[in-house]
Structure formats: structure tokens, C-alpha cells
Design a protein around this ligand. Structure first.
Ligand code: NAD
Ligand code: UDP
Length: 312
């Protein structure tokens, strides 16, 4: 039985990861300050004696004897990470320093939940891991993008300088049950709007693209990455290469919810990337032929079911 720390464990992705790690017979410490996560996401795990909940902020040092750390603590939706940009960058950078320090001290393996945002508004399409990105260092997305880029640097430096066993994954847009209905990301926004019969808010002309990955595929990739040989540290893209415009996404959601909602066009937020699609050949090669299994239509169906219950 391994002892595993999941920071940001009460969030959308973290809650699915905690659930899976417990199912596999591990002991899990879920650490969270509940900025964007909630106890509701993990309440079903609380009866498990191998599950422990810690209210803590990763910008402060934390100590526990653990074998593995998954570092997910960080708000992920643009409205939430832009709400207090200084806190966001502190969470990414000081959180990484504190968790890497812990990993070094207890000799734990540590995985960083990095992001496709390190590619910024990419000039290379689709994106391989070797692409350095096109990121505005002083824009409204910078607290998140540069925070995550700096965290990658810290991970590599702790690995090279102190032999800390690290893993870096770059997660592309992920969706599924337990997304926060108010967090402003596109999939949750559109589903909630469609179910409530409200207008669907398309930012810009809706022709910008994203590649959407269902959360179970991501969790599988995370676990395979943690288990991969120590010499493979990443970064590795974990995402679904299916690429859709926001208009296509809205049309799918309207059809699947049988909604009468209409599309309305609003201003495109500053620095909003125009396109995004991962190249996943490295993940396939290194992670035991990992590839996403769940198609957008099927994943949306499960997510719509979740929101129907939630909004009831
Ligand atoms: P989320 O907002 O649901 O989860 C983040 C969790 O971190 C929340 O529970 C929040 O309360 C917690 N948190 C925030 N600041 C903290 C702090 N200072 N100390 C302790 N806990 C803190 O978002 P998510 O979608 O589950 O994202 C999880 C991770 O995956 C994030 O690091 C995010 O950057 C990364 N990621 C997500 C996506 C995606 O599409 N969902 C894409 C790329 C990367
Ligand atoms: N978006 C939109 N309507 C919304 C929310 C988002 O058109 O109600 C667009 C947004 O401008 C972006 C895309 O959807 O182009 C994905 O946005 P999200 O915030 O989910 O993720 P990110 O921009 O970080 O990839």
C-alpha cells in the first residue's frame, strides 16, 4: 500500500484522481484550501479509513511521510485564476517549491499537473512537447501560464540538481462530472446554459478551437505517468487530439440536451488562444500505448447527466 498526497484533491480532477488511487488500494491524503474545490466533490470518499483530508494552503510548507505526490493545487479556470492573479502565481511557484522540498526530504516521487497553456497562443499547430510556446509574460493569463512554466523549471532543476524523481504532464482542456458549474470554463458554461434554456455565450467568433479530453482518460494517463520508468520525466502532453471549434461544441451540447438555447456572441477575452491540439505520440510511446478512449459525444453525455442531477 502506497501513501499518496494529492494537492488540490478536492477539485474537479483531484477528486477523480483520489477516487481512483483509493480504488487501487492506496492510502490517500487529500490536501486543499477549498478555493475552487469543495468537500462535496470528495464527501463520498470520507468513510474510507484510508482517505485523509487536510485543509492546507500549498503556499505554506507541509510535511507528511509519503511515497508519491500529485501536485494539482491551482485554480484552473480563467475567471478563477484571474480573480487574484498574485495568489495564483504564488500557488504555482511557492506551491511547487514547497512540494518539491517535501519530495526531496522524504524521497517521494512527484508529478506536476502542468498545462497546454505553457504553449500560450501557439504558432505551431498541433503542439509537440518540443515547442517552447508563445506566451505573453504580462497579460491577464500570465499569472497562470507563467506560473505553470516556472513550476516546470523548478521541477527540472530539483531533478537535475537534487535528483528528485519528477514527472511533468501537460494537460489539455479536460471536462467531466464535478466541474464547478460556476467556474466559467466553456464545457460547464455551455451545458448549464443549455439545460437552463439560457443563451449560449460564444466568446469571439466561436471559430477558435480546443481539444477536449474526458477526465477518466486523463486520470489513466496520470497514473501511467507516475508508474513509468524513473528516467522518463516528461514533459508529456496528455490530451485528446480531437479538435473542435466553440461553435461545434455549442451545437453538440444543444443537440444532446435538446435545448432551445440560442447562440449569442460576446467579446473575446484578451490573449485567448486561437487553436489548441496536442500531439500525443510521446505519451503513446512511453505510457504503455496510452491514448484517450472516450469520444467527445460520449463524454458530454456523462457530463450532461451529472449537471442535470446537480441543477435539479
Ligand atoms: P479545480 O479548480 O477544480 O481544482 C484545483 C484545486 O486546487 C481546487 O480544489 C482548489 O481549491 C485547490 N487549490 C487552489 N489553490 C490552492 C492552494 N493555494 N492551496 C491548496 N489548494 C489549492 O481545477 P482542475 O480542473 O481540477 O485542475 C487541477 C489541476 O490541473 C490544476 O493544477 C490545473 O492547472 C491543471 N490543469 C487542468 C486542466 C483542465 O482542463 N481542467 C488543464 C490543464 C491543467
Ligand atoms: N468560451 C466561450 N464561452 C464561454 C466560455 C469560454 O466561448 O462561456 C471560449 C473561450 O473564449 C476559449 C474557449 O471557450 O476560447 C475555452 O475556454 P476555457 O475557459 O474553457 O479554457 P481555456 O481558454 O483555458 O482553454
Amino acid at each position: 500500500m502506497k501513501k499518496i498526497l494529492v494537492t488540490g484533491g478536492a477539485g474537479f480532477i483531484g477528486s477523480h484522481l483520489c477516487e481512483r488511487l483509493l480504488k487501487e488500494g492506496n492510502e490517500v491524503i487529500c490536501l486543499d484550501n477549498y478555493f475552487t474545490g469543495s468537500k462535496e466533490n470528495i464527501v463520498h470518499l470520507m468513510d474510507n479509513p484510508y482517505f485523509e483530508l487536510v485543509r492546507h494552503d500549498v503556499t505554506e510548507p507541509y510535511f507528511a511521510e509519503v511515497d508519491e505526490i500529485y501536485n494539482l493545487a491551482c485554480p484552473a479556470s480563467p475567471p478563477h485564476y484571474q480573480y487574484n492573479p498574485i495568489k495564483t502565481i504564488k500557488t504555482s511557484v511557492m506551491g511547487a517549491i514547497n512540494m518539491l522540498g517535501l519530495a526531496k526530504r522524504v524521497n517521494a516521487k512527484i508529478l506536476q499537473a502542468s498545462t497546454s497553456e505553457v504553449y500560450g497562443d501557439p504558432k505551431v499547430h498541433p503542439q509537440p512537447e518540443s515547442y517552447w510556446g508563445n506566451v505573453n509574460p504580462i497579460g491577464i493569463r500570465s499569472c497562470y501560464d507563467e506560473g505553470k512554466r516556472c513550476a516546470e523549471t523548478l521541477f527540472m532543476d530539483y531533478h537535475n540538481q537534487n535528483d528528485v524523481k519528477i514527472k511533468i504532464i501537460r494537460i489539455f482542456n479536460t471536462y467531466g462530472p464535478r466541474m464547478n458549474p460556476n467556474d466559467g470554463r466553456v464545457v460547464s458554461n455551455f451545458i448549464v446554459q443549455a439545460l437552463e434554456g439560457d443563451d449560449i455565450t460564444i466568446y469571439g467568433d466561436g471559430k477558435q478551437t480546443r481539444s477536449f479530453q474526458y477526465v477518466d482518460d486523463l486520470v489513466e494517463g496520470m497514473i501511467r505517468m507516475m508508474a513509468s520508468e524513473d528516467t522518463f520525466v516528461g514533459p508529456v502532453n496528455i490530451g485528446n487530439p480531437g479538435e473542435f471549434t466553440m461553435i461545434e461544441l455549442a451545437e453538440k451540447i444543444i443537440k444532446q440536451t435538446q435545448s432551445n438555447s440560442k447562440l449569442v456572441f460576446q467579446e473575446l477575452p484578451k490573449d485567448d488562444p486561437l487553436q489548441r491540439k496536442p500531439i500525443i505520440s510521446l505519451a503513446k510511446e512511453k505510457l504503455d500505448a496510452w491514448e484517450p478512449r472516450i469520444k467527445l459525444d460520449n463524454g458530454l453525455e456523462k457530463t450532461i447527466e451529472y449537471f442535470k442531477e446537480k441543477l435539479r
